[in-house]
Ligand binder design. Structure first.
Ligand code: ATP
Length: 328
């Protein structure tokens, strides 16, 4: 814990974009201004720190953005920040403005960067989990997940209508990188017959046996939701496998893709982003440094960045059981 007063802070968004990042930026800026801090925005993640794309922000800089998807600060992945030389330049650019605190909104990779940076230099960092994948331990929520999963549900409901009209089998691939949360939640919420996620092994032969039986009854309306990171290789591979086994079935594959990243954030995402943004600044003030702010059981939880980066969320046995029972 540092006792140095933090009074000039920078905020950036890094890694994949997530709806609700703007609400978090707004909360950080307005809380900082409220406490009399100088607040700076950094463009395009860590790249902006290295390229000196850093500018002052005030309350009105974040007006009318809470409802907007994307991020007004832009986001990026920065290869240069992986190198000590890049991080040194980034530090010098912050230092020359007297910046002595940072808030990083992003995923586990961004926290890894923040953790290393805060160890190397005397600038405390606070992480805010902003990722649609919900793959970070230490928080029940990550900003963007709720919006993304609702977008997926809306799309899958529509697919269900056309699948039903034609007695078709649809394989729908959703995002999540190596985490299956979007698939799990959207699959349960749309009544998918099968949900394939990286966290649990799928009994493919059992699935084919059940589909074969349905085909015999000419009832092959089936919705299979697949996480992009599933061990089988995603929607296209699953679709090809089923086609091979059931050559007469009418099968379509739909990859939902980037639609899941966009759009106006849900109420929940705006709320958690506002709460986390506010607490991130409170942490910088109180000396609770180099932590990720999370929400667990509706209470704030501060996880040291080194722990937040290593741990992965686990999908509970309860959910896996519910999937099995309800989809049968
Ligand atoms: P998402 O979960 O949406 O993919 P993320 O934050 O995990 O978001 P990454 O691409 O993994 O996205 O990381 C974002 C950036 O963080 C990287 O481009 C890099 O600049 C920085 N970063 C990641 N790992 C490290 C590391 N080990 N050292 C320094 N910087 C890192």
């Amino acid at each position: 814990m540092s006792t140095k007063k933090v009074n000039r802070i920078a905020v950036l968004t890094s890694g994949g974009d997530a709806p609700g990042m703007n609400a978090a930026i707004r909360a950080v800026v307005r809380t900082g201004v409220h406490y009399g801090m100088e607040v700076f925005g950094v463009s395009r993640g860590y790249n902006g720190m290295i390229e000196d794309d850093i500018f002052p922000m005030e309350s009105k800089s974040v007006g009318n953005i809470i409802q907007r998807g994307g991020t007004i600060l832009k986001t990026a992945r920065s290869a240069a920040f992986l190198e000590p030389a890049g991080r040194k330049i980034a530090y010098e650019n912050l230092k020359k403005r007297g910046i002595n605190g940072m808030v990083v909104i992003g995923g586990d990779g961004s926290f890894k960067g923040a953790q290393i940076f805060s160890h190397e230099f005397d600038i405390p960092c606070i992480g805010i989990p902003g990722t649609i994948d919900k793959d970070i331990a230490g928080s029940d929520f990550t900003i963007g997940f709720d919006t993304a999963v609702n977008t997926a549900v809306e799309a899958i409901d529509k697919i269900r209508d056309t699948a039903d009209a034609h007695d078709r089998l649809f394989v729908v691939e959703v995002m999540g990188r190596d985490a299956g949360y979007i698939a799990l939640h959207s699959g349960i919420a749309t009544g998918a017959e099968n949900i394939l996620i990286p966290e649990s092994k799928t009994d493919m032969e059992g699935m084919i046996a059940s589909l074969t039986e349905k085909e015999k009854r000419k009832k092959l309306v089936n919705l299979i939701v697949v996480a992009e990171g599933d061990e089988f290789g995603g929607g296209t591979q699953v679709g090809n496998f089923i086609k091979e086994k059931l050559p007469n079935a009418d099968i379509r594959v739909c990859i939902l893709g980037h639609i899941q990243r966009g759009g106006s954030p849900s109420c929940l995402d705006r709320l958690i982003a506002s709460r986390m943004g506010y607490h991130a600044v409170e942490c910088l003030i109180s000396g609770t440094h180099n932590v990720m702010v999370g929400i667990v059981d509706n209470k704030m939880k501060y996880t040291p960045l080194d722990k937040a980066v290593k741990a992965k969320q686990k999908i509970s046995e309860e959910w896996l059981k519910i999937v099995k029972i309800l989809a049968s």
